[in-house]
Design a binder for this molecule. Structure first.
Ligand code: NAD
Ligand code: LMR
Length: 332
């Protein structure tokens, strides 16, 4: 039978496509899990020169999957070619941390990558491009990228916080014996780092206050918060490598919800602050937002903090300012 596709293919560019996250991610984009089962995609996969050989293997596998939605497949180490006409970019290509490192230890190795890529996206990507930064330190890499891409709407340059949100939901579901789908309105404030504030004060479990259902402040402070903050390190020490399938899955969740919208659901997304919740403008500070579809977002306003929350907010803000200062040389 002849196939027909009503929708025009969308170009999706992925950096680091031959790495651990990339391997999990590109298969799911090509199968339609990110942009929909009726949305054809053209994949542009970007790797370093040494990454070109393993990338060839990944591309062979993509071909061998015979995905009906995959209408084009390109692999390149040339940034302008790789970002050419991109409507969505998932920026994964960067060094991962090993045992004993903090994510900000990757700053010198990784931030410069985002300077170069920002310039290339600015030149080559489609108008209205949206970008998800996964490579660490994701929030500050986003800042570097946007500063080097003046023609790109910086509110469409997002640092990935969805993995932290999903981790928090998983912990609450386990603690309460409910399903993750019963858990709503968890917020991850601030940075994708061990200073983030995973906040359950507004969360609900089956519509009831999570604080009331859990009724265990010591668990919240001593188990839940540090566990979510340090989950990346916990996985590195168990697996000997940083999280990959869960990171890829969160990137899929992020873009699917961003493009299709999820009504009243809350998602933690880091885009440049405009000073909301007393945050410093221009920091990629994660705040709760509703996804209205087609990339439109609305801030969840009017949430309040207790003294503990205020302190957590100040601490993570300070860290984001320090990270910004450390990359000053990359900001034009
Ligand atoms: P990996 O080493 O397995 O893969 C990275 C790939 O990127 C490699 O194939 C490498 O060749 C490629 N690469 C490196 N520099 C590049 C560049 N300039 N352009 C294009 N490609 C480049 O690492 P991984 O496990 O896939 O992790 C990738 C990044 O994602 C790391 O920085 C990691 O810390 C981060 N990460 C972020 C989150 C999050 O929630 N934000 C979660 C997990 C991992
Ligand atoms: C994660 O949260 O799993 C990633 O950011 C990888 C890491 O270094 O923790």
């Amino acid at each position: 039978a002849m196939s027909s596709f009503a929708k025009k293919p969308k170009v999706v560019s992925v950096t680091g496509a031959a790495g651990a996250i990339g391997y999990s991610l590109v298969i799911r984009i090509a199968s339609g899990e990110m942009l929909g089962k009726d949305q054809p995609v053209i994949l542009k996969l970007i790797e370093t020169e040494p990454g070109m050989k393993p990338l060839k293997g990944v591309m062979m596998e993509l071909q061998d999957c015979a995905f009906p939605l995959l209408h084009g497949l390109h692999g390149t180490a040339d940034l302008e070619e790789g970002f050419g006409d991109a409507e969505h970019c998932v920026l994964v290509g960067a060094r991962p941390r090993g045992p004993g490192m903090e994510r900000k230890d990757l700053m010198t190795a990784n931030a410069a990558i985002f300077e170069t890529q920002g310039k290339a996206i600015n030149k080559a990507a489609a108008k209205g491009v949206s970008v998800l930064v996964v490579g660490n330190p994701a929030n500050t890499n986003s800042l570097v990228l946007a500063a080097n891409a003046p023609d790109v709407d910086s509110s469409k340059v997002m640092a990935m916080m969805r993995l932290d949100q999903n981790r928090a939901m998983g912990q609450i579901a386990e603690k309460t014996g409910c399903l993750v789908s019963d858990v709503e309105k968890v917020v991850i404030w601030g940075n994708h780092s061990n200073n983030q504030y995973p906040d359950i004060h507004h969360a609900t479990v089956k519509g009831e206050s999570a604080m009331k259902v859990i009724n265990d402040e010591a668990w919240m402070k001593e188990t839940f918060i540090p566990r979510v903050q340090k989950r990346g390190a916990e996985i590195i020490s168990a697996r000997g490598a940083s999280s990959a399938a869960s990171a890829a899955s969160s990137a899929i969740d992020h873009f699917r919800d961003y493009v299709y919208g999820t009504g009243d659901m809350w998602h933690s997304i880091a885009i440049p602050s405009k000073g909301e919740y007393n945050t410093t403008p221009g920091l990629w500070f994660s705040l709760p937002r509703k996804c209205l579809g087609d990339g439109k977002m609305e801030l969840v306003e009017g949430l309040t903090f207790n003294a503990f929350g205020e302190e957590m907010m100040k601490k993570v803000e300070k860290e984001l300012i320090e990270e910004r200062d450390a990359v000053k040389h990359l900001l034009p």
